[in-house]
Design a protein around this ligand. Structure first.
Ligand SMILES: Cc1cc2nc3c(=O)[nH]c(=O)nc-3n(C[C@H](O)[C@H](O)[C@H](O)COP(=O)(O)OP(=O)(O)OC[C@H]3O[C@@H](n4cnc5c(N)ncnc54)[C@H](O)[C@@H]3O)c2cc1C
Length: 335
């Protein structure tokens, strides 16, 4: 392991300046993702800048009726907060579907959004990976692609998926990410926070080096948001990353869909807002037939990987079933 130094600033601006001045420095929050990557040699930082003293660990009410979640709020505290459980059930459900109790106690809100992909080739320095090194190819396309992307995969580059469950719920609920960078503070909509790989899969988000996530804002609730949930399908009942997942908010009045938000997890390099399906459903009857047609329209763009070691075409029927059954449960008030 490459030797590194450790800094623990007490001001957010100091943390940002320290990182911005050193291209090889990394922020450290709970360490549940970063320390694994250090041990595997996937990242070799020159210094770790501990952000535990500069990110808030509180959840505050916002004047517009929303909530501000400090970037340092542990995942366990976020899932347990009564305001989150009652007003944003998809957020609490998404967190509780992830990791383990011990990990959720350490994992922070900011670190959860910034965690790296679980692609096995990314974590294995002995195999080519274009996310680790732009000059290398993608091993997953010809290899074990069972967990990989079916949407937003144009070209022959990276097909890794983003692993955060929380991020999928935040995208569905139109959350806003608060960022402090070397040039000051700014707000990034959760839907635009993570990115498709394009010609630089080494970048998971729109953040620049030195940008610190300081908080996540949940907007004021609506009937759909209160009637929201998160469904995660995985190989084991617990302690496993998603094969596919869906965060869905739904309001039905007199049998008609008035408002619907759908985000899909583990189908793309970023949490995938299913805007085509949402548009197809608004104003339509809340029936299985309509639900199925809407998600089929969204998945028309899907390009599964046909790999000899394990492809991912199974994700198309799995997403369809997950979304249809979740919409049905939300429409019937049984989610
Ligand atoms: C065995 C295991 C199972 C897991 N299962 C799941 C699961 O099912 N679902 C799921 O969603 N997650 C799962 N996780 C991942 C876990 O949720 C993440 O490791 C955790 O959320 C990361 O938070 P952290 O505070 O520990 O971040 P760290 O590991 O400290 O940091 C992660 C990354 O974020 C950056 N970072 C941290 N804070 C900030 C900030 N404020 N601003 C900018 N950058 C920052 C760091 O530089 C680093 O690159 C699992 C992890 C393990 C080890």
């Amino acid at each position: 392991m490459r030797p590194f130094t450790y800094a623990r600033p007490t001001e957010a601006s100091e943390a940002v300046a320290t990182l911005a001045a050193d291209p090889d420095a990394r922020f450290l929050a709970g360490g549940t993702n970063l320390l694994d990557h250090l041990k595997l040699g996937v990242v070799e930082p020159s210094q770790l800048v501990d952000v535990s003293r500069v990110t808030s660990t509180t959840i505050e009410d916002l004047p517009d009726g929303g909530l501000r979640i400090g970037a340092g709020v542990p995942n366990s505290d976020l899932a347990a907060d009564p305001r989150v459980r009652e007003r944003y059930p998809a957020v609490a459900a998404a967190i509780l579907a992830g990791a383990s109790g011990q990990l959720r106690n350490m994992a922070s809100t900011g670190g959860n959004l910034l965690q790296r992909t679980r692609c096995a080739y990314f974590a294995d320095r002995t195999t080519p990976c274009t996310k680790r090194d732009l000059s290398q190819g993608c091993s997953a396309r010809e290899g074990w692609a069972r967990y990989h992307a079916i949407l937003g995969t144009a070209g022959d580059g990276c097909i890794a998926t983003h692993p955060s469950d929380l991020a999928v719920a935040l995208v569905a609920l139109d959350a806003q990410v608060q960022v402090l960078g070397p040039d000051g503070a700014r707000t990034v909509p959760a839907v635009a926070f993570h990115r498709l790989p394009g010609d630089d899969p080494t970048r998971d988000t729109v953040l620049a080096h030195g940008d610190l996530v300081t908080a996540v804002d949940l907007p004021a609730t609506t009937p759909a948001v209160v009637n929201s949930t998160y469904r995660k399908v995985r190989d084991r009942a617990s302690y496993a990353f998603a094969l596919v997942s869906a965060a869905i908010a739904l309001e039905v009045r007199d049998g008609t869909v008035v408002d619907v938000r759908i985000a899909l997890g583990s189908v793309a390099h970023k949490p995938w807002r299913a805007s085509t399906a949402e548009a197809a459903l608004r104003g339509r009857p809340a029936t299985d037939e309509e639900f199925r047609a809407a998600i089929a329209a969204e998945l028309e763009a899907a390009v599964p990987v046909d790999s000899p070691l394990g492809g991912n075409a199974y994700k198309i029927p799995l997403v369809t079933g997950t979304v249809v059954s979740t919409l049905r449960a939300l429409a019937g008030g049984t989610a």
